[in-house]
Design a binder for this molecule. Structure first.
Ligand code: SF4
Length: 438
């Protein structure tokens, strides 16, 4: 086994120690609570941190904060406790012994010096594009990760989205231009495909879903299993795994055949309706049932529910692997969601599918102290093999092939686990055995 595992351990170590530093800097010594954010996932839930019996305690909500939350979720609460429990984590840099018999603790100075020597050796010997980085949860860390790699001249920063939602995003980007967010606060009917807000989302989203139910909004959940969201749904459609696409096409058929679609919206904004109508004639509910196991009568009723509430009705765009992590038809499934939402006329409409707001601007760093490195012009390694994928995003699942091809000579594994977490599992061994990993 080569240095890949060391890279993972070092990355894990840096991440955890960083958590301690973040936590310590977030809490003033005078005992007053200081507002900060969790950073355990995209949501960045805000809380006021304060020291209580030598540990960090969180006070919520923080009124007026753009990421205000009612409570931290289980992961957020665990993350608060992590820095104070050293039993389950590594608190020093570790270096694998040359004979592979185990690891030795080394100093931070030694670790950074060796990492720097190795990184610069790769850049000098093979060019900066031979260097890559994988990221886990893309919180504010992402900002620094990009700056670091760009300073070295490498474009190869890969988020985990390539392992879970690039197929979905690609479908939306080629159909609408962006992946919309459902306006849960105003919708009268919402349909989720494989996504369970109750089991896997922020506390705020769970509140919003419950508020929608109390308002009388109809909740439709498509899921092979009885998820927490399916349990509270008005309609639970038990689809055959990987066959959501057929269900959506069946719904599109009903909307067209029963003339339930939004003519004005389609005429004004859509292209190719005549071709769609022709193709949709074959997507009967009975055909869809034969493909996806959802009874034809349920498909018809679902289409009518959505149409009755439109344009304050929406088929949710999904989130990460929410429409199937990496099925061969996931991109087409996303396109079919867009198709149904367009037929409902709900794009850009209250209660429908909205263009998500631009992320908060954090302002600029002082350029005299922190010059912004130029963004490398070359595309990320692997982009050329998947031309439909946004080359700025890249595809982390191509990393194994890039290593095997000798194009990628060094990989910084940062709070992520490519060997176990990415698709194309046959290549997982590359990350554990490659001597090119740092
Ligand atoms: S949803 Fe949970 S993990 Fe994510 S930021 Fe909020 S508390 Fe942290």
């Amino acid at each position: 086994m080569g240095l890949g595992l060391v890279a993972g351990l070092l990355a894990c170590c840096v991440w955890l120690v960083k958590g301690v530093i973040e936590m310590a800097s977030a809490v003033k010594r005078d005992g007053r609570a200081v507002v900060t954010t969790c950073g355990g996932c995209y949501a960045d839930c805000a809380f006021a941190a304060r020291v209580e019996d030598g540990r960090v305690a969180a006070e919520l909500p923080v009124p007026g904060h753009p990421c205000a939350a009612r409570a931290l979720c289980a992961r957020g609460r665990h993350r608060l406790a992590m820095p104070f429990d050293e039993r389950d984590r590594i608190v020093h840099p570790m270096r694998r012994r040359a004979d592979g018999s185990g690891f030795d603790v080394i100093s931070w100075d030694e670790a950074f010096a060796q990492i720097a020597e190795c990184l610069l050796g790769i850049v000098d010997g093979h060019g900066p594009r031979a260097l890559g980085m994988t990221l886990g949860v893309p919180s504010f860390d992402r900002y620094w990760a990009y700056r670091f790699m760009h300073a070295l001249g490498s474009p190869n920063v890969y988020g985990a989205d390539g392992a879970c939602e690039v197929s979905r995003l690609t479908g939306w980007e080629h159909s609408l231009g962006y992946s919309p967010a459902s306006d849960l606060a105003h919708t009268d009917c919402i349909m989720y495909l494989g996504r369970s807000i109750v089991d896997s989302s922020t506390m705020g989203a769970v509140d919003a879903l419950n508020d929608a139910r109390r308002r009388g909004a109809k909740i439709i959940v498509v899921d092979p299993r009885r998820s927490g969201s399916a349990a509270l749904a008005d309609r639970w459609l038990r689809v055959r795994p990987g066959c959501d696409l057929a269900l959506l096409l069946g719904i599109a058929h009903v909307l067209v055949a029963e003339d339930l679609y939004d003519h004005e919206f389609v005429d004004r904004y859509a292209t190719g309706f005549d071709e769609l109508a022709q193709a949709a004639s074959a997507w009967t509910p009975e055909w869809a049932e034969s493909m996806c196991d959802v009874p034809a009568a349920e498909i018809v009723a679902t289409a009518r529910d959505l149409a009755a509430a439109a344009p304050a009705a929406v088929v949710d765009a999904g989130f990460h692997g929410g429409i199937g992590i990496a099925y061969a038809n996931s991109t087409q499934t996303a396109r079919a969601i867009c198709l149904v939402d367009v037929l409902l006329g709900c794009i850009g409409h209250a209660g429908g599918a909205l263009n998500p707001p631009t992320p908060l601007s954090l302002g600029d760093l002082d350029p005299t102290r922190f010059a912004t490195p130029p963004v490398p012009r070359e595309p990320k390694l692997g982009s050329e093999r998947y031309p439909l994928v946004d080359p700025v995003r890249g595809l982390c699942t191509t990393i194994g092939q890039s290593i095997l091809a000798g194009d990628l000579r060094g990989l910084i594994v940062y709070a992520s686990n490519p060997g176990a977490g990415y698709g194309n599992a046959q290549l997982g061994w590359v990350f554990c055995s490659s001597s090119t990993c740092l």
